[in-house]
Write a protein that binds this ligand. Structure first.
Ligand code: ATP
Ligand code: MG
Length: 425
């Protein structure tokens, strides 16, 4: 079936679906394959559960006119998404970077939705499946689409750009995340700037951090861009007032107090403000939007439990975000402090070195009590009586005694699920 014909059928449906356990009535089911499952097997079930059509790529599962056989389901999903994106003719804003994509996406969405009907990436669905699903969740009422793009290897962002065809783009930062796939920080820069390369090639608009030399150098000959800066007067000025603990910024004559902790959130906020300004949203509304945004999903949340204050940042971790969180934490004026850190995954050959650097940093920052949890941290040496390492979460949990009147930073990779310790505090 041709893509335009498939699109006609798609328009009769209300949703796209890839999981038979979550089928919604009148949806279009895509029988994707994974290493442990074959969606084709579930196509019939999807139809029984209420899907209007099921897109399959194995002939033996074709049962009725409602099962549509294609060459490759994933490719069809991606092509349909691009076709739909062209059909809607709405501006698409994409963002990528090593850290802060989801936070920035949420902030931009909060700001832009003050004036426009927006659709943005749901949660963290930012890959070769998530990006098409995001595009297909937009409809004729959508005025701006905001698409998060994640990557752990070269050419991935380029590929996602060809699916989403962004008109606007922003890169949050270049950090030491996914070194396993990118090889080095140079690899990270090359991989992430594929977004700017796409925008430049198509003469689209770029938002950028004019205080980031990598971005400034990359974009210096390019005209179609808007930047923010703390000090450089040729750009939109946004000042960091303080981050004790919530990040407070100043734009024009307004002070905005966010609900985000960690100085690293400053540039995330700047991007949302800059983009809001570009789309002519009144600064007062930008302020209102940002001040109403509360972080979710273990991402820099503040939780008061008993007489302890917990900074829960257990959503993910890599050397750059770990360092940022630790230095920020060390600068807080709170009296008693404890850190609980979990292993950082996907670091490849750099893993041992990077865990050792963090362990050393914990010692150098003079934090009173530190627990480093996981096989990688367990191998590090800190030579400090205040730093204790544990091979597994279970070992840590059985040793852990809840402190009192203490501010506790909890941070580790998703796989460590360090939020499990909350029940013991
Ligand atoms: P993912 O790769 O999982 O999609 P992400 O890029 O979407 O991650 P967020 O989920 O927004 O990132 O934030 C994850 C963590 O990264 C935060 O909790 C914080 O510790 C750190 N972080 C956020 N923004 C920045 C930034 N601009 N610079 C450095 N670290 C940051
Ligand atoms: Mg994300």
């Amino acid at each position: 079936m041709k893509i335009d014909q498939l699109h006609q059928l798609f328009l009769q449906c209300e949703k796209v679906n890839t999981d038979t356990r979550k089928i919604e009535q009148n949806s279009m089911f895509f029988a994707l394959k994974g290493s442990n499952f074959n969606g084709n097997v579930f196509a019939n079930q999807a139809l029984k559960n209420g899907a209007k059509y099921a897109i399959i790529d194995e002939e033996e599962y074709q049962t009725s006119n409602a099962t549509i056989l294609v060459e490759d389901v994933l490719l069809t999903l991606q092509q349909l998404a691009t076709y739909h994106r062209d059909y809607l003719k709405i501006p698409i804003l994409s963002l990528t970077g090593s850290n802060g994509k989801t936070t920035t996406k949420e902030l931009i969405n909060t700001v832009l939705s003050k004036k426009f009907k927006t659709v943005s990436t749901f949660g963290n669905l930012n890959n070769h499946i998530g990006v098409p699903l995001t595009l297909l969740s937009m409809n004729k009422e959508t005025e701006i689409g905001i698409v998060e793009m994640g990557a752990n290897h070269i050419k991935e962002i380029e590929f996602l750009c060809h699916i989403a065809k962004p008109d606007y783009g922003y890169i949050t930062n270049f950090g030491k995340a996914h070194l396993e796939g990118f090889g080095s920080i140079e690899g990270v820069i090359k991989g992430k700037t594929e977004l700017y390369d796409y925008l430049i090639k198509n003469d689209k608009h770029i938002f950028f951090n004019a205080d980031d030399d990598i971005q400034v150098n990359k974009l210096s000959p390019y005209i179609n861009k808007t930047g923010f800066s703390q000090l450089k007067s040729d750009y939109y000025t946004i000042k960091l007032i303080d981050a004790k603990p919530f990040v407070k910024i100043k734009i024009e004559d307004l002070i905005i107090t966010s609900n985000l902790i960690g100085k690293y959130n400053f540039t995330n906020l700047c991007a949302a403000v800059l983009i809001g300004k570009y789309f002519n949203i009144d600064p007062k509304e930008i302020k209102e939007g940002i001040e109403s945004y509360l972080p979710k999903n273990n991402r820099s949340q503040i939780i008061n439990k008993g007489n302890n204050k917990i900074i829960l940042d257990a959503y993910n971790a890599n050397p750059t975000s770990m360092e940022a969180a630790l230095t920020n934490f060390a600068n807080l004026n709170d009296k008693n402090k404890m850190v609980i850190l979990g292993d950082m995954f996907e670091l490849g050959n750099e893993s041992e070195k990077e865990h050792q650097i963090i362990s050393q940093l914990v010692k150098n920052l003079g934090l009173e009590t530190a627990y480093l949890v996981g096989e990688n941290f367990h191998k590090t040496k800190s030579n400090s009586n205040f730093v204790k390492t544990f091979k597994s979460f279970e070992d840590f949990k059985s040793d852990f005694k809840s402190p009192s009147h203490t501010t506790i930073l909890i941070k580790g990779s998703r796989g460590m699920a360090l939020e499990r310790i909350l029940e013991c505090i």
